[in-house]
Design a binder for this molecule. Structure first.
Ligand code: PLP
Length: 437
């Protein structure tokens, strides 16, 4: 076969060619038809080949294929932002549309910084970001600097901004000690965060950044009840912002449109992506609350940031139509119903397997963590084996990246979990097929 001209992630691997994506299936040029159990990288939410979404994008391309958003806006961008703001029940004030989750995180970091320059009196000393270990917030240097993903950071560590530090994630399976109650565990993590504020100097912290349900870095790990209220209280105590990264777990994936709705907190800034456009265009976004928007409005009223292709009309059209389909077809309800079924069936089918350490998730966002030993929880780096056999059996192999600290595994060990995150319109029969495979 002719050598690929694409600088693929794995240069030595010959990727099969995707020829047609239909409903929840992917057709490859080697004749295989794959049940897409992960929506690509947790992107697909209305399935593939949806005519409404395709027509909305085509129509928009016919009207205006590009908009220089430093000069103009488009009706479709205005409508999308209104729809997104409306979905937060008035908590968020404005939306900012970009092309990827990483861009969204870059914008969120800058928004937080600019907020402290615009408030009265300004707090220019606030330059530090606290996030969590085993986290992933994007691949660009700024987003990577606030990520705690050893494998992805390793080569670029000297290039990353140093005014970022990390605390423990809320990870019940590996972080909670035997006999510790949820309340005690949450209290311990909140104290750790408080101590990190103290160490850095509370007047130096811009924001705390976290994913409500940790996706790629840990494998669909929801926080213990009360955790987000506790960390928000620490942020409030020191006047820092809370940035929630909902690029992967947001826009309905975990059974509510915004994952924070299930945590009893509202972020100051929120990033969204992936299921926002459902794979019909590259589109992501940032939502900012009234506090942040008011400060910038009353200050310079210029958010000093921007990308040539931001707010692209076709991206906005894709996101707007996908979100309307999700709403009109009641797909978030299906996420809850099918998610409950998926979780129950995974536990029934795999809970007793000696190499399955933990099955966790929320909505249609489930992770299975493999262990070499159920008792010691020694990590079991099985990614390649699992990926290959699942692909051969007809299930997409992605999304499976894991990074674990200590406990028998060196930093940077990958592949101890897989993620199952099918489209929101998945049915009972498909759930059964996924579980059986
Ligand atoms: N944040 C989270 C939580 C993610 O999972 C990802 C991507 O997987 C990103 C940010 C970066 O998004 P993108 O790959 O669209 O740049």
């Amino acid at each position: 076969m002719e050598q690929s001209a694409v600088l693929h992630r794995h240069l030595g691997v010959q990727f099969p060619l995707l020829t047609l994506s239909e409903s929840n299936y992917l057709n490859l040029d080697d004749g295989r038809k794959i049940l897409d159990a992960s929506g690509g990288a947790a992107v697909g939410c209305i399935g593939w080949g949806n005519q409404r979404a395709i027509e909305a994008v085509s129509k928009q391309l016919g009207q205006s294929s590009y908009c220089a958003t430093i000069f103009y806006s488009t009706r479709v961008q205005e409508e999308l932002c209104r729809e997104l703001i409306g979905s937060t029940k008035g908590h968020m004030a404005r939306a900012y549309i970009v092309n990827s989750g990483s861009e969204a995180m870059e914008a969120a970091i800058k928004l937080a910084r600019q907020y402290f320059l615009e408030i009265s009196p300004p707090q220019p000393a606030r330059t530090h970001f606290i996030s969590r270990r085993q986290s992933y917030h994007g691949i660009t240097l700024g987003a990577l600097a606030v990520s705690g993903h050893e494998y992805r950071r390793a080569n670029f560590e000297p290039l990353l901004m140093t005014n970022a530090s990390r605390v423990s994630p809320c990870f019940e399976f590996r972080g909670k000690t035997p006999g510790e109650t949820d309340v005690d565990y949450v209290g311990r993590l909140a104290r750790e965060l408080d101590e990190e504020f103290q160490r850095v100097g509370p007047e130096a912290v811009c924001a705390f950044i976290a994913e409500p349900v940790v996706g790629a870095a840990l494998g669909c790990v929801p926080a213990v009840a009360g955790y987000f209220k506790a960390v928000k209280a620490v942020c409030d105590k020191y006047g820092a912002l809370l940035i929630l990264d909902e690029v992967m777990c947001g826009m309905g994936r975990t059974g509510s449109l915004h994952a924070w709705e299930q945590e009893g907190v509202v972020p100051d800034v929120q990033t969204i992506g992936k299921a926002l456009g459902g794979g019909y265009q590259a589109v992501a976004g940032v939502l900012a609350n009234h506090r942040v928007v008011r400060a910038i409005e009353q200050g310079t009223s210029v958010f000093v940031h921007g990308h040539t292709y931001q707010g692209s009309p076709s991206g906005c059209a894709a996101a707007l139509e996908v979100q309307r389909i999700v709403r009109e077809e009641g797909l978030v309800r299906n996420v809850r119903e099918m998610g409950t079924l998926l979780g129950r069936r995974l536990n029934e089918a795999l809970g007793g397997h000696p190499n399955v350490g933990d099955i966790r998730g929320r909505g249609l966002f489930w992770g299975i963590e493999f262990v070499a030993d159920k008792e010691t929880k020694e990590p079991f780096p099985v990614q390649d084996h699992v990926a290959m056999s699942l692909a051969e059996l007809g299930l997409t192999e992605r999304y499976c990246i894991g990074v674990y600290p200590g406990g028998g595994s060196a930093d940077g060990v990958r592949g101890d979990h897989i993620i199952i995150s099918p489209a929101y319109n998945v049915g009972v029969a498909e759930i059964e097929t996924i579980v059986n495979i």
